[in-house]
Design a protein around this ligand. Sequence first.
Ligand code: ADP
Ligand code: MG
Length: 311
Amino acid sequence: MSAVIETKNLTKIYGEFHAVKNLNLKVSEGEVFGFLGPNGAGKTTTISMLTGILHPTKGSVHLFGENLSDDYFNLKRRIGVVSEQQYMYNKMTACEYLSFFADLYRVKNKKRKINELLKFVELYKYKDKKLGEYSKGMRQKISISRSLVHDPDILFLDEPAYGLDPAGVKEVRDIIFKEKDNGKTIFMSSHILSEVEKICNYAGIIDKGVLVKKGAMDQLKKASSPGCELEIELVEVKKKIIESLKKLPFVVDVEVVKNNKNILRIKAPDEKNRAEISGCIFENGGAITGMSTKKATLEDAFVEITRGEVK
Ligand SMILES: Nc1ncnc2c1ncn2[C@@H]1O[C@H](COP(=O)(O)OP(=O)(O)O)[C@@H](O)[C@H]1O
Ligand SMILES: [Mg+2]
């Protein structure tokens, strides 16, 4: 599949400080790409360069195969941006606000489009309320509607869930899912790992301006060494069982849980190893009374990567 977003050695330097350093990234059509990183990692700086708000010090951005700096005005029409900071006209109603942006983009059938968007984000019944009276979650949904008013092909969202309550986070997530189903490519940044895990099928991890990992979400999860952790409860834990389990070629680690001497915690690359593990316990005279599996989360990978590999 062709890349709709591609950066080559994208760099932003402030004085001596590299906010973003040699970023090489490709996002294909229809992907929901999560740009993950701790605060100050360079996410907003990158999104600002991807959307033409900020000029790179070095390197390039191509959208739909075209160089952003050569064809800015045409490309700008094909992207929607929800920035970190919401600049809103508090005295305008939702309808007036969207109408203002629809005029900027010369949207045809403006009224129909605005009503459609307000229904899409479930704010139609508040359409004549002033934005100053909206809650933070409602404002975020209006920002998203505003970014969609000209029906862009790519949507850039900078920390879309930041500062929202759990209900707001879920609503924004559902909107992103619906936009994905509408065929849009989505590039969202976040420092909230669980959000990226829930929403995105591809992700990149940025730390101190450097892209330290990228790939399909499944692959990224596997990148953190122990793929899954099994907790197996036995009637009695015998030394022989532990020793035999440790000899299994795929077993990474076996330990007895500190506060329950009848539970073994076993690290293995894959959930599929469960059958062989329980077989080994059975062969060594063990009786299993319970088993649970914990898959490696992106959080494990994220913590490992940002603590370990990056200097
Ligand atoms: N205009 C600027 N001048 C100097 N440093 C900046 C400027 N903008 C951002 N930075 C620095 O670049 C780094 C990355 O910032 P940012 O992209 O906002 O990070 P993130 O969005 O991941 O939290 C931070 O250390 C920030 O202080
Ligand atoms: Mg930011």
